[in-house]
Design a protein around this ligand. Structure first.
Ligand code: C2E
Ligand code: MG
Ligand code: MG
Ligand code: MG
Length: 281
């Protein structure tokens, strides 16, 4: 009887494995179609100067309105895209949609000074990326400086020579470079010297403990001081309270991003925000 039980368990196990593999295959097929057929959408979140008097820019955040599973956040499909060579087509779709939208806002008389786009690890190592971006800037009549790419430390460390080469070519187009989630990756600080970076984004895990947690305070202040000493700008992400905003402003953070200032939203909501709520100098 125990051998039979054993066998039963084994069959359940195999069946479960098959189901997992099948649902993963299905998800992958759906994602490929979504990228090809306009099934993805961009949300945007504002970044304000730390005195909150100026719109510094927006960050584009991809969403997947899934026909049966609802609106999917990037964590639910970016890792899959990274693993299966979809990150480049996905990233190209995001870059194009972002530039098109930037152009559109310009036409509406709602100019956005800077639009940040997150780059997947494999995409940064793609030597065709700078050419792709150059074509977009030309097609949508955009100056390079209104586009920013966000890369993570881990992405850059994967192949620092290649990263440097691709980023330098982007910077020659005027494109700006920000290091996202700073302080959470495996990295050395040497890359800060070597790469053409303009901006550092303090990871929101360090913002969460402000203003009371002494360690988070020390970390945020140190990152801000380091950035300024290197001539870089600092953005804090995940700012949720006025006390956090005040602490970060006092530390000399240039820009703030987070639910306190504005939540990420779809194009219609952000267009409304730009027209009626964004601070005007
Ligand atoms: P990220 O680039 O660090 O983006 C910030 C994330 O924090 C966003 O989550 C945003 O919605 C969330 N957030 C913003 N303000 C607050 C706040 O005040 N409190 C809290 N708790 N969260 C806040 P989201 O949109 O789910 O994106 C997650 C990650 O997915 C991003 O982290 C980025 O690494 C990645 N991602 C997003 N869009 C893209 C994309 O187009 N391409 C690639 N490759 N990755 C993307
Ligand atoms: Mg980001
Ligand atoms: Mg971030
Ligand atoms: Mg983050």
């Amino acid at each position: 009887a125990s051998r039979q039980g054993e066998r039963q368990r084994y069959l359940f196990f195999v069946e479960g494995l098959n189901e997992a593999v099948e649902s993963r295959q299905r998800r992958l097929r759906e994602l490929r179609n979504a990228i090809d057929d306009g099934g993805l959408t961009l949300w945007f979140q504002p970044q304000l100067s730390s005195d909150r008097r100026r719109l510094s820019g927006l960050e584009a955040l991809v969403r997947w309105p899934h026909p049966s599973d609802g609106l999917l956040a990037p964590d639910a499909f970016i890792p899959l895209a990274e693993e299966h060579d979809l990150i480049i087509p996905l990233g190209e779709w995001v870059l194009k949609a972002a530039c098109r939208q930037l152009h559109e806002w310009q036409q509406l008389g709602l100019p956005v000074p800077r639009l940040a786009v997150n780059l997947g690890a494999r995409h940064l190592l793609d030597s065709r990326l700078p050419g792709f971006v150059a074509d977009l800037l030309r097609d949508y009549e955009l100056p390079g400086h209104c586009l920013e790419v966000e890369v993570t430390e881990s992405t850059v460390m994967e192949d620092i020579t290649r990263s440097e080469e691709v980023l330098s070519r982007l910077v020659r187009l005027g494109v700006q470079v920000a290091v996202d989630d700073f302080g959470t990756g495996h990295s050395s600080l040497a890359y800060l010297k070597r790469l053409p970076i303009q901006r550092i984004k303090i990871d929101r895990s360090f913002i969460a403990g402000l203003p009371d947690d002494a360690q988070d305070r020390a970390i945020c202040r140190t990152i801000a001081d380091l950035s300024h000493s290197l001539g870089l700008q600092v953005v804090a992400e995940g700012v949720e309270t006025t006390a956090q905003a005040a602490a970060l402003q006092q530390m000399g953070c240039n820009d703030l991003q987070g639910f306190l200032l504005a939540r990420p939203g779809p194009i219609t909501r952000i267009t409304h925000w730009l027209r009626h709520e964004a601070p005007r100098p």
